[in-house]
Design a protein around this ligand. Structure first.
Ligand code: GAP
Length: 515
């Protein structure tokens, strides 16, 4: 029997290998792959769909359906919503997305590439005649290319650490931009000054394509919740404090989609807008920050790869400036390691959104919520835990990816059993002598409760290898002994240990481990 595989840190994982496994096993494909793909869009194959659905179902179950006490000792009350992707464009004017949901962009006139201004860094001397070399922050290859080009231009062997420094591109003057070489250019001065670029996808509703017909694909699910706040209060028995949860697609025309699904142009969010009496914001903010941080660990992300990062004052979004705070829950992805990338944001948005919609629809103060217990009217404050289902799925994939040269597959996916796309496999050792019939009957029984697979083709080693890459925690094998003593072997994915258990005990054995 092999030793258990050594623990790996995301840093030691090759993203190329993970992406290849995702393609090979049907977790994630490029969208429209047969036509060469489309940048920033991804499709989930059978295993990926099951994994992402398990993540979203766990979120919904644990956040909306499960009973849990809040900081006030009362049960946390959350109801669901499923609203449209295209809404009245006034929603996006009121929320500030039409005017402000923009990134400063830099275009390269020569290579026709577009870069986020705050991602560009320049290397070079501060002298008035020095040539500057731009590259994308964090791009090791880009830095190496810029260094080589600069050394060649200045006819030096190596950089002088005191003289050759890096600076943000946004800090350059027009005269310095004229001396700057873009990352994909071969002539200086091709980079434009930073210009605002709105990230919302536009479309037209109805037959005419004029200004009145312009609409947007939602860039977040949150605004649908705010716009429906009054409907929910009027039609259900909720009272502040309570939350509205929504899971759904969001669209952003990201300028530089990258790192697999991490920054996509179409993605799914899992958002809660939790409405509270304003003076209770600090307790509820701390509650949601800590609860969400613990939740990611409960579904299998290791605490060693997660961190909570409180935003600095100057980092806070416009709606969170005066609030109790904003925190990012961050995961150490292989492409950010040793640093971290955002998985979820938890923000105290104050009453910015409800007030903005109340004012924009013309009813203003009349839209204040009436708190019966306090006998007062106010706009509730909001604490928003906003998570990405695709980033969550990617973090689960990174966490699970465990190289193990001792196995035929060379790797296995160590998913938390709750997240595993397939919970168990049932295999006859050989496809004869009555073994397939026993396997089939066990399979049909287990399938009533869990996602289980049964297969009699290929060698048992190849079938195990396939389940290792799918991340299936348990494989039950029916062999000749099963005919005589009514037992099967169970193979544990992580330890590779095998044990025999009675056929009629399999259901109870699995229930104990999977729930
Ligand atoms: N309503 C608040 C809001 O949308 P956000 O930080 O812009 O906040 C929340 O997005 C979460 O949505 C992020 O933490 C991330 O997980 C996910 N997300 C945002 N942009 C994304 C993108 N381009 N691709 C994949 N996920 C994204």
């Amino acid at each position: 029997m092999s030793e258990p595989a050594p623990a790996v840190t995301p840093k030691s994982i090759s993203m190329d290998e993970l992406v290849a496994l995702c393609r090979r096993r049907g977790f994630i494909f490029q969208s429209s792959e047969i036509y060469g793909g489309i940048n920033g869009f991804w499709d989930y194959g059978p295993l990926g769909t099951a994994l992402k659905r398990n993540l979203k179902a766990a979120w919904w179950n644990d956040m909306v359906e499960r009973d849990l006490p809040g900081p006030d000792g009362q049960s946390v009350d959350i109801v669901g919503l499923d609203c449209t992707i295209i809404m009245n464009p006034k929603v996006w004017q009121a929320s500030g997305h039409v005017g402000g949901f923009a990134d400063p962009m830099v275009d390269c006139r020569q290579s026709k590439q577009r870069y986020r201004a705050d991602h560009l860094v320049v290397l070079g001397r501060a002298a008035a005649d020095a040539r500057l070399y731009a590259f994308t922050s964090g791009d090791e290859e880009g830095l190496a290319k810029a260094t080589k080009a600069l050394c060649k231009y200045e006819r030096i062997e190596a950089l002088d650490a005191a003289a050759h420094t890096t600076r943000p591109f946004t800090a350059l003057s027009a005269e310095e931009r004229a001396r700057c070489l873009g990352p994909h250019a071969n002539e200086v001065g091709s980079l434009t000054e930073p210009r605002q670029f709105n990230l919302m996808f536009e479309t037209f509703v109805g037959a005419l394509r004029d200004e009145d017909a312009r609409a947007y694909l939602r860039p977040e699910t949150a605004q649908g919740i705010f716009a429906n706040f009054w409907n929910v209060v009027d039609t259900s028995r909720v009272k502040v404090p309570f939350g509205i949860a929504q899971v759904g697609k969001a669209f952003r025309n990201e300028v530089t989609p990258r790192n697999f699904t991490f920054r996509s142009r179409e993605f799914e969010q899992m958002e809660i807008e939790f409405f509270i009496e304003p003076s209770t914001a600090p307790e509820w903010y701390a509650f949601w920050r800590d609860r969400r941080f613990a939740w990611w660990q409960s579904i299998g992300l290791s605490s060693a790869n997660l961190q909570l990062r409180e935003h600095e004052k100057d980092e806070l979004a416009h709606y969170a400036k005066e609030g109790a705070g904003t925190s990012d829950i961050e995961y150490r992805f292989p492409f950010t390691a040793p640093g971290y990338g955002e998985l979820e944001g938890v923000a105290h948005r104050a009453d910015f959104d409800l007030k903005a919609h109340a004012n924009a629809c013309g009813k203003g103060e009349k839209m204040r919520y009436f708190d019966q217990a306090r006998n007062e009217r106010y706009f509730p404050h909001v604490v928003e835990p906003s998570a990405g289902a695709d980033r969550g799925t990617l973090a689960l994939l990174c966490e699970a990816f465990t190289p193990d040269p001792a196995r035929p597959s060379g790797v296995f996916m160590k998913f938390h059993p709750r997240m595993a796309p397939i919970k168990a496999a049932v295999y006859p050792l050989v496809a004869k002598d009555g073994l397939p019939e026993i396997a089939d009957s066990l399979f049909k029984d287990l399938r009533r409760t869990w996602v289980v697979e049964c297969d009699e083709k290929q060698s048992i080693g190849k079938r195990y290898a396939r389940m290792d890459e799918a991340g299936t925690p348990y494989c039950f094998t029916v062999d000749s002994e099963s005919l005589t003593n009514q037992t099967v072997t169970v193979r544990h994915r992580d330890s590779l240990q095998q044990e025999r258990i009675a056929l009629d005990a399999v259901r109870g054995w699995l229930a104990e481990r999977l729930g």
